[in-house]
Design a protein around this ligand. Structure first.
Ligand code: PMP
Length: 357
């Protein structure tokens, strides 16, 4: 830290993103990216947009907003596009949290929530997940704080039904509830259908996973018009050009290619069942995932050791050191070929571990 760094940030512990190695080719199953390239239409539109990069982008993402509104059956005034859904989440912390509106979220969830809270000087409470890693809905009823819930949750992969989300939103009319749906397209129920009914609900989604645009950085917040206006006040006070023109074009192409999106989601769901089944055959315990990753632990194998042994063999998965989950690894659902490589290495590692016992 330099001697010039602002006192208010000096104690920040930044978010640690998953490894993005450039030095060696890994089978990369550690950051929940899509194993598939973006839709051909997304790539075509992006290439065209790149020819006009001398111009500023459309700060209102007009074409993208109109297309998404039509697809989701919501108004353009219900939508704000952001630089990844991380930016939507940060805007929500900025707009709807302060000393009198502290944040609340589970103890095991997306690791960026406490970082955004600290960045914005927001006090927060962590509510422990149940023993089986499910969210105990009762804990959030009338909690009276700004609620951040990933649904499905990460890194557990477990989803709450829409009825449970609605109970939480309905029981907190004086507080904002943010439902982070980064993984919703892989089998959970979206709360977007509730944004007209509740003026305290914000849903965030991303193009990073199911639409293969993680590098493009495109996310969105969906909510009633008044909340979107508040988020826009923050956006226009931070970076009006938050979504660059190449990304806007790629996003539009991705939305226009509904068939490609549906096919890829279906394939991931099928591969998730394949991965889960094979891990279970090898003795792993897995959570019930509605996402593009599987959260698994083996009773005979330390989570950190498995992570390292896989890395040595050229396969990257995500290991967290948090005490409640350090026996686990989070494994992104890749292609069948990637999963077969992973499973082959896991078999070898297990055999070696048993020989050494
Ligand atoms: N929410 C959750 C639960 C996530 O896992 C991620 C991905 N790291 C995000 C939000 C943010 O994704 P992005 O900024 O790429 O949209």
């Amino acid at each position: 830290m330099s001697r010039f760094f602002s006192e208010k940030y000096s104690r920040l512990t930044p978010y640690t993103p998953g490894e993005q190695p450039r030095d060696r080719r890994f089978v990369k199953l550690n950051t929940n990216e899509s194993p598939y390239a973006p839709s051909p239409k997304a790539r075509e539109y992006a290439a065209k947009a790149a020819q006009k990069l001398q111009l500023y982008c459309d700060p209102d993402c007009t074409a993208l907003t109109a297309k998404l509104g039509g697809l989701y059956g919501i108004g353009t005034e219900n939508i704000l596009f952001t630089n990844g859904s991380d930016e939507a989440l940060n805007f929500a912390f900025m707009a709807f949290c302060d000393d009198s509106h502290p944040a609340v979220f589970p103890d095991i969830t997306y690791g960026f929530y406490p970082v955004f809270a600290d960045l914005n000087g927001v006090p927060y409470e962590k509510i422990p997940l149940a023993e089986d890693f499910t969210v105990n809905v009762e804990d959030y009823l009338g909690v009276g704080k700004t609620v951040f819930l990933a649904n499905p949750n990460a890194p557990t992969g477990i989803a709450l039904p829409l009825s449970a989300i609605e109970r939480i939103v309905a029981s907190n009319p004086g507080s904002i509830v943010i439902i982070d749906e980064a993984y919703v397209d892989f089998g959970a129920e979206s709360a977007v259908t509730l944004i007209d009914k509740y003026d305290n609900l914000i849903v965030t989604q991303t193009f990073s996973k199911s639409r293969s645009l993680a590098g493009g950085r495109l996310g969105m917040a969906l909510a009633c018009p008044a909340l979107i206006r508040d988020l826009n006040t923050v956006k226009y006070s931070t970076n009006p050009y938050n979504v660059n023109s190449v990304t806007q074009a790629a996003g539009l192409g991705a939305l226009e290619d509904a068939e490609y999106f549906a096919k890829n989601c279906a394939e991931i769901i099928e591969n998730r069942a394949y991965l889960t089944g094979n891990l279970q055959k090898l003795g792993f315990l897995t959570t019930d995932s509605s996402t593009n990753f599987v959260f698994a632990r083996h009773p005979d194998l330390d989570g950190g050791r498995l992570y390292l042994a896989l890395k040595e063999r050229g396969v990257l998965v995500r290991h967290f050191t948090l005490s409640r989950i350090r026996d686990y690894n989070r494994i992104t659902v890749g292609t069948r070929e990637q999963l077969d490589i992973l499973l082959g290495h896991i078999k070898d590692i297990l055999e070696e571990a048993h020989e050494n016992c």
